[in-house]
Design a protein around this ligand. Structure first.
Ligand SMILES: [Zn+2]
Ligand SMILES: [Zn+2]
Length: 123
């Protein structure tokens, strides 16, 4: 598919029993659906996040992202603090876009609970 953020091409990678789209250009990760209960599975496959953190910081500045599933503008979910979390979530189909490096950052012990709290339930 086409990356919803930078319009580059994506490749399909498997994360456990799920398919995730990884952008060949910005290395962002697109999840067709990501809810709180799916986070534990993700902990086992953070190595799909192969992009450099610096790429993610650059793409954080681009804001409007259209959900590739349903063409609505994705919401920005964020928590400001010592460990800033910011990503795009489609509130209609629960698709999630994470910039390069964000999966690795947000699944660390110090940010995991906050990250999970920003995703749609159930826990
Ligand atoms: Zn991209
Ligand atoms: Zn959507």
């Amino acid at each position: 598919m086409e990356c919803p953020k930078c319009f580059g091409k994506t490749e399909r990678v498997s994360a456990g029993n799920r398919i995730v789209e990884r952008c060949l250009q910005c290395f962002g990760l697109f999840f067709y659906q990501l809810t709180q209960s799916m986070v534990d599975d993700l902990l086992l496959c953070v190595d799909i996040d192969t992009g450099k953190d610096e790429l993610g910081v650059l793409s954080n500045e681009m804001v409007y992202v259209d959900c590739p599933n349903c063409n609505r503008i994705m919401d920005q979910r964020q928590i400001e603090g010592r460990h800033r979390i910011r990503f795009e979530l489609c509130t209609s189909c629960y698709a999630v876009f994470l910039d390069a490096g964000e999966l690795r950052q947000y699944t660390r012990p110090e940010t995991l609970a906050d990250f999970r709290s920003l995703l749609p339930g159930p826990a």
